[in-house]
Design a protein around this ligand. Sequence first.
Ligand code: AMP
Length: 284
Amino acid sequence: MKIYKKIKSIQSYLRKVASDGIKIGFVPTMGYLHEGHLSLVDRSLKNCDHTVVSVYVNPMQFAPNEDLARYPRDLKRDLKLLRERGVDTVFLPNNSEMYPDGFDTYVSVGSITKIGEGVSRPTHFNGVTTIVLKLLNTVRTDILYLGQKDIQQALVIKKMVKDLNMPVKVEICPTVRERDGLALSSRNVYLSNELRNNALSLISALKTGEKAIRYGIIRCAAIERRMRSKFGEFKGMKLDYILFADVKTFKPVKSITGRTVIAIAGFAGRTRLIDNIIVNPGVR
Ligand code: AMP
């Protein structure tokens, strides 16, 4: 497994790799890897000839009051996992490599970033799109693998790739969960046993929504009422939002008439958690 820390060196290495007609898959991560990340890695290993993974905690996507300083890190373990999986190349830049002195260019996607996560974290998506564009200019990529766990982020990146005519295919892979339904997240490490149990409020509310749709309820307001009530059964949780949005455009919808994302965000103590499912109307 090759490890690069410098943009110029990985660029020139991957230029050579690609010149042999090799298909390159890329999985960007912030490290502290779990089976969710590794499912994207496996998908790339299966479908591409060469797999690149980046591990970089991008400060630009954290607001000053967020958890950048305490974000979990374990590079040694990450590298071991990636090596065992059979990853070809790892990119490990530092902050001065990604944001040298005088850096002053930002990528901003429009209306899709103004709802959901964009309301609670107004500077977040600019940080995400700026770093992903920089990574895609660094890591030559045929297929970019992203997780449904962060569906809005994936759709924002898809929109950027389309609007800027970037020659990259974006694949969104299913959310990997614990046995009891909790979506895997690097941030789960912050949770005490009690909070971990309360964190099930997100998937429980989502399942309540799914069930309501199975019963034939299509008005989002009615579905949301049931979901809020389920969420409220978990003490110590604070709901941030529930959002119903079209699965392709992420435009908010008022009723379920096609494939729809139900996204939810909430706080377990200080830890902010997000989750989502995709539902279909009339599926019984
Ligand atoms: P992160 O390290 O949190 O920035 O995540 C890196 C990539 O892994 C993103 O595309 C995430 O959507 C994806 N990811 C994170 N958690 C999961 C999960 N539980 N299942 C599938 N993909 C995930």
